[in-house]
Design a protein around this ligand. Sequence first.
Ligand SMILES: Cc1ncc(COP(=O)(O)O)c(C=O)c1O
Length: 454
Amino acid sequence: MPSDETKFLLRENQIPTAWFNVVPSMPAPPSPPLHPGTRQPIGPDDLAPLFPMALIAQEVTTDEWVDIPGPVLDAYRLYRPTPLYRARRLERHLGTPARIYYKYEGVSPAGSHKPNTAVPQAYENARAGVKRLTTETGAGQWGSALALACSLFDLDCVVYMVGASYDQKPYRRSMMETWGATVHRSPSDTTEAGRTHVEHQSGSLGIAISEAVEVAAGDSETNYALGSVLNHVCMHQTVIGQEAMRQMEMAGEEPDIVIGCVGGGSNFAGLSFPFVRRRLRGESEARFLAAEPAACPTLTRGVYRYDFGDTSGTTPLLPMYTLGHDFVPPPVHAGGLRYHGDSPLLCGLVRAGLIDAVAYRQNETFEAAVRFARTEGILPAPEPAHAIRAVIAEAESARESGEERVILFGLCGHGHFDMSAYDAYLSGTLEDIEFSEAEMEAALERLPEAPALA
Ligand SMILES: Cc1ncc(COP(=O)(O)O)c(C=O)c1O
């Protein structure tokens, strides 16, 4: 029997004490990252100029559970456990027999799921004696999270913010500066990579990554932090799914479908991987659905190949669905979803047929966000609005088939700094931009030579 409550809350002593690593559960182990020069699998030493050994160990571990260090748990206590809600008003508005639940990560100080990995990354770097972290940020959510985490562990923080977002979200920059970070508009003239891409004034995550990596690689006291894509980042986010599993039990429910938005894959991984484990053990029949923008449709339109993580081709080659490393997505408002690739772990599970994907245009996404805000109250960030669009489609299909369906989705951030995007939608000036076949063909031609993937 489902509970009649609306909010499912855990106590502080129920914050998970270990992160879940999906690698040992995967039907096939992911292909290794390759060195950008030799095209041979990279080893821990290749990553040492950018990351501390503790995080490199987490990146390559095949242990299923990794203990969360005490100081990280202490920082998590500032905002975890996060609430799980039943979207009763949205259900009523849709007239659906589906029961809809959402795990809300917008209660963190930075307003999204990103501190779940920023905190352990800052902690491990501080423990290794590093003085400064560099990073890129798209929507500004990741940069804010890292600025917050660096302030908690006394590190300097330098953020390269994608030009389009820097212009759209001045208060994200103020927020990062309040936590003590230095913020550059990317492409900037502070790096070679920025100067090379000066013609792409709107910027992209790929260019901003190149800038941040260049600065970290050139200074022994500076390391780089990535807010998505990598294995250890996805693993840190699994606190979301582990909590959600307990909260769904409190609600007396088991999800039939788990939905989330995908930029680089970390919030989706964090919510879904603990449920994927259950499915792979035959303990659940849940389906998994990843929602992405039609303007940057990595999982739905990309090719499964080795590609660089950044625009300049300096990072290791990762096995992933990609739109081509030098693809510069149009400046859509879901800045956090403008990335040419995705997490290799998530891509491996999509490739294995365990996770499905769907792409939506901006206007239909904001229409869903506004319906959600007018029923549930919370103003979603444009990124999870893609997930809400998919949730509404599922709930409507349940209504048509008269089927009860339990939907769980990740509301990974609030949209309080995204009001210019809401303004554009409400005034009817938001454009629907789609990825063209010609763009895909051009990108394919520029993919690096590398071994084929199974
Ligand atoms: C609120 C929000 N959601 C989602 C994303 C996409 O990242 P990921 O797919 O790693 O969760 C971002 C990235 O910046 C974000 O800020």
